[in-house]
Ligand binder design. Structure first.
Ligand SMILES: Nc1ncnc2c1ncn2[C@@H]1O[C@H](COP(=O)(O)OP(=O)(O)O)[C@@H](O)[C@H]1O
Ligand SMILES: Cc1ncc(COP(=O)(O)O)c(N)n1
Length: 265
C-alpha cells in the first residue's frame, strides 16, 4: 500500500528545504505526497529574504478541505511561523487525530534567520509537542524548547532527550548534526528505548534542508515499517547517502550553494 503522507510546512523556492524538499523525500520513499502551506518564504540556501505568513484560518481551510476528503497515513509538520498557526494545527490534530505525526520544530534556518516567532516557542512546547508522536529537534532547537544552553557534546544527549520527553513528546529524535567530529550522532529516545544512531560526518557545505529531508523521510517510511527505530535508521542512512552524493555532483561553475544535495534526485 502506498501511504498518503501530508506535510504542513513553509516553502523554499530553491527546493532544498520546506514543502518542496518534503514532497521529494516522500516520493523517494514510496509515498504519495500532499501538502498544506503555512508560509510563503523568499529564500535560498544562503538565507531568508522575506516571509509572507498565511492567515491561520486559511491554514485551517486547507487542512479541513483535505482531511474531509483524503485518508492520511502520516504527517510531517515543519515551519509554523507563529502561535496562531500552531493553534490552528493543534485544533485540526485534535479533530482528525491522524496517525504518525512527526514534528520537526523548525525555529531558525541554518542561515540564522528565524522561521518561528520567538514568542511562539512556548505554544509549540506546551500545546503542540504533547500531541505529536515524534519530535526531531536539532541541538539549538532542543536548547530553546528547554530554556537551557546548547549541548556541546554527545554525552549530554540522553539526559536532554529525557527532559524533552518530560515535556510530553512520546518519542524524541535528538539530532547531533550541529556538533563536530568524524561522526554525526543522533539519539532516538522514548517507549523504553534510548538508541544512538551514528553515521560518518560527510564533509560538505551542501547541508541546507538536512533536517527537513530526514523528518519527511521518517514520516513517509513510518506507515511502511514496524516501528520508529526502523524508519529512523533507514531515513538516516538515506540522508547520509544523499549528502555523499552531493559531493560527487558536477554542477559546473557559477552555481552557488543552491545546487545542494537535493539536486541529485
Ligand atoms: N555533515 C553531515 N554528515 C552526515 N550527517 C549529517 C551531517 N550534518 C547533519 N547530519 C545529519 O542530518 C540530520 C539533520 O541534523 P541537523 O543538521 O542537526 O538538523 P537540522 O537540519 O534540523 O539543523 C541528522 O540525522 C544529522 O545527524
Ligand atoms: C520553509 C523552511 N522550512 C525549514 C527550513 C530549515 O532548513 P535549514 O535548517 O536547512 O535552513 C527552511 N530553511 N525553510
Amino acid at each position: 500500500m502506498v501511504p498518503n503522507v501530508l506535510t504542513i510546512a513553509g516553502t523554499d523556492p530553491s527546493g532544498g528545504a520546506g514543502v518542496q524538499a518534503d514532497l521529494k523525500a516522500f516520493s523517494a520513499h514510496g509515498a504519495y505526497g500532499m501538502s498544506v502551506i503555512t508560509a510563503l518564504v523568499a529564500q535560498t540556501t544562503t538565507g531568508v529574504a522575506e516571509v509572507h505568513e498565511v492567515p491561520p484560518e486559511f491554514i485551517t481551510a486547507q487542512l479541513v478541505t483535505l482531511l474531509d476528503d483524503v485518508r492520511v497515513d502520516s504527517v510531517k509538520i515543519g515551519m509554523l511561523a507563529n502561535a496562531e498557526v500552531i493553534r490552528a494545527v493543534v485544533e485540526v490534530l485534535d479533530r482528525y487525530a491522524p496517525p504518525h505525526v512527526v514534528l520537526d520544530p523548525v525555529m531558525v534556518a541554518k542561515s540564522g534567520d528565524r522561521l518561528l516567532a520567538p514568542e511562539a516557542v512556548g505554544a509549540l512546547r506546551d500545546e503542540l509537542l504533547p500531541r505529536v508522536d515524534l519530535i526531531t529537534p536539532n541541538l539549538p532547537e532542543a536548547a530553546d524548547l528547554l530554556g537551557e544552553p546548547e549541548l556541546a557534546d554527545v554525552d549530554g544527549m540522553p539526559a536532554q532527550a529525557e527532559r524533552l520527553a518530560g515535556l510530553g513528546a512520546k518519542q524524541v529524535l535528538l539530532k547531533g548534526g550541529h556538533l563536530s567530529g568524524e561522526s554525526s550522532v543522533d539519539l532516538l529516545y522514548g517507549d523504553g528505548i534510548a538508541e544512538f544512531l551514528t553515521s560518518e560526518r560527510v564533509v560538505t557545505t551542501n547541508d541546507h534542508g538536512t533536517g527537513c529531508t530526514l523528518s519527511a523521510a521518517i514520516a513517509a517510511l513510518r506507515p511502511q515499517r514496524p516501528d520508529w527505530l526502523t524508519a529512523v535508521r533507514e531515513s538516516k542512512d538515506y540522508l547520509t547517502e544523499a549528502l555523499r552524493a552531493s559531493e560527487r555532483l558536477d554542477v559546473g561553475h557559477g552555481h552557488g550553494p543552491v545546487h545542494h544535495f537535493h539536486h541529485w534526485w
